[in-house]
Ligand binder design. Sequence first.
Ligand code: FCB
Length: 443
Amino acid sequence: MLFTRNDFGEDFKWGVSTAAYQIEGAHNADGKGPSIWDVFSQRKKKIFNNHNGNIACDYYHHYAEDLALMYNLNIPNHRFSISWSRILPNGIGAVNYKGIDFYNHVIDFCLELGIEPWITLYHWDLPQALQQKGGWTNRDVVNWFSYFVDCCIKNFGNRVKYWMVLNEPMVFTGAGYFLGVHAPGKKGLSNFLAASHHAALCQAEGGRIIKSLRSDCKVGTTFSYSHIEPFRHYDEKDVNAAVKVDALLNRMFIEPLLGLGYPTKDLKILERIERFIYPHDEKKLAFEMDFVGLQNYTRELVSHAPLMPFIRAKIIKASKRDVDRTVMDWEVYPPGIYEALKRINAYDGVKEIIVTENGAAFEDLFEDGILDDHKRVKFLQDYIAQVLLAKRDGIKVGGYFVWTFFDNFEWAEGYHPRFGLVHVDFATQRRTIKNSGRWYSVF
Ligand code: FCB
C-alpha cells in the first residue's frame, strides 16, 4: 500500500522514541547518582560482550546537534525519558540542579526547533540508592516514585504537555525481577509479583500526581504488546497456553489500570499477588489515562510446555519457525500491530492509542558511504500501512513513534542490535543518516 503522512490527517503525531540510559552516557557527570543499569552493566557476562551505557551516544554532550538533525529529518515529536538519578542522585531528597539544567536545555531546544517533547518518567533506570532498599519490591517505591514525579512536573510541566508514566512495566519487572536478565538482576516469583504490584500502583499514582499538578497535561503510560497465537491452533493445550501467556504479557498491567483487576482467571498463579495487595488497593490501581502507549514489534507463538515452571507454556522463537526475523530474533509480522491496536481499542475506557514504539534491528551495511537499510524501510512501510488500515477501520490511533532515532545501547544485547534511523559510529560518535531516516522524513 502506498501512503503519505497526509493520509493520516493533520493531527496525527509522527515521532521517534529514545530512553535516557540507552543514549545519554555521562553516567557519572555533574553530580549524577548511579542507577541500577550503571551497576548491572558492570557485572561480568550480564551484557553482550560486557558492553555498558557509560558513554552510549554521548547525547548528554551532543544533544544540540542530535536535535538539529531530528529537525532536519522533519520529525515533529520526540519521546525521551528522564534519568531519575541524574536529577535525584539518591532517588529522593536533594535535587541535582545540573541534572535539571540538562533537561531544561533539551526541552527548551526542542521547543525552539518546533519539536514537541514527550517525556517518559520511568524507562527502567531506578536509582541504585533505592535498589539498596529493595527497589521495586519495596512498597515504599510508591512514595519514592511520587516524589520523583512531583519534582519532574514542577520543573518541566510548564513546557511539556505529553507525559508517559512507565515504560513497559511487564518487561522491567519480568526481565529485572523474575528472570534476572535485566537490571537489577533479581529472580523469582515473589520478587516479580511484589515488583509488579508496586509498579501497577505507581502507574496510576503517577497519572494522578501529574493531573493534580497540571490538569492541562496529557497523560499516558506505555505497554509492550505482542499479538499472541497458539503454535498449533488445533491443539487445545497450545490454545490454553496462549491464553495464559497473553494474560501475563499483554493484560497484566493494562487491566488493573482500567479498573478490571489482575487477569487471575486466565492465569491462576497470579492469585499469589494477593499477599502484596492492601485493602483499598484495587481502587488505587485504576486511573483514567488520556492515552495508552502501545509498543509493538512482533507476534509470539506459544506452545504447551509441561516442564516450564509456573506457566507450563513457552514461546517458540522465530529462528525455530523459518520466518522473516530481525537481529533480535523477533518475527517480522506487520498484521500483528493491527491486531494489537484492535484489541486495546476494544477495552472500554481507552480514549486514544499512540504507537509509542515500533521498529527493527537489522545488520546495516555501509556501501560507498551510503547506508541502504532497505529491510528497515520495508519493515516501517509495512507496519505503518497496518496502522493506517486500523485508523481507517475506526480504531482510535492518534500517533506513531519509531524506535528509535539513532543506534544505541540495547540493554542486555549491548550495542549489537542497531534500531536507529541514524547510524552511530560508537568509536567516533559520528552520525550518518540511513536510508530509512531519509524515507521517514519525506513520506
Ligand atoms: C522496548 C524498550 C526499548 C527498546 C526496544 C527495542 O522493549 O522499551 O527501550 O529497547 O524494546
